[in-house]
Design a protein around this ligand. Sequence first.
Ligand code: PHE
Length: 340
Amino acid sequence: MKDRIEQLRSDFEAALGSATDASELEALRIAYLGKRGHIAALMQGLREVEDKKTAGQLINSLKTEVEDRIKNADEALRRAAVDREIREAKKYNPTLAFPREMGSYHPITLATREVEEIFRTMGFTIENYAEIVDDYECFEALNIPKHHPARDMQDTYYLENGQLLKTHTSAAQNAIMKKYGAPLRAIFPGRCFRNESTDACHENTFFQMEGMMIDEDISISNLIYFMKTMLSEVFKRDVKVRLRPGFFPFVEPGFELDINCAICGGEGCPSCKNSGWLELCPCGMIHPNVLEAGGIDTERYTGFAFGLGLTRLAMMKYGVKDIRDFNSGSLKALSQFKSR
Ligand code: PHE
């Protein structure tokens, strides 16, 4: 009997060692501790044994041992399973779980950054200015008094408190002159708003990039130089430009700088109102009244200002035929641009 018990113990040891999962362990438990298992069989065998007490004790201690060992092995297996889960969870890469679609920058953002970079290298400060301004900033300080006919061209959205959505980036000129004084080189991009009937080249919401340079002896040649440098950098080619006289109450003399339409090559198309030219950059020498309103000594300083049509520039640069595409929110149109 003793030998049978020892044999069973070593068989159990071996079987336990090779059990690798819960179901194998359960099979082992049934084989040894089940009603018809090995231990029950040993109990049956007791009948033929003389020293029933000793044999009984041995069988019982084997039984307890088998029970404990199976319980421990079961716990160890469970712990190992949890550990494995944790380990594998660490390796889990959530970015692989769903397809990632990279967004892309809006073409206006790309154009803005490019022009900013060009002017930054020429020593210009970049300023950010509010979209909601007051009448003084948008008109009065720019030599456009109330009832001036120039206001008709720049109808906009008014707030109940009398403030308005700026119609041009020039609305920041006064504040920037007051902030920096002369000498001054600054550009300030911004979103502008006007009451417009929209078509392929007009939008009620568009972007401009204003620039100002104020110093001693600033003349139209400085203005032309900076415009030419900027445009040839942006288009990476020799861009044809023309200067026409233009009227803006805040510059004297004032010009319209046009560039040759890149979409039709000058033939005439809806984007350029069939003229072959695109008004890109109204500009001029800052009017003394405007300098004075900004606290600049007009005896000593002169300056130029320009209001580059950033939206127009982006149309030219990227060959966008319809200005309305920019605000369309259409991913088909806008996702074609690079993401960084
Ligand atoms: N602010 C003018 C406009 O929007 C453009 C401009 C800026 C003209 C600076 C001259 C100088 O129409």
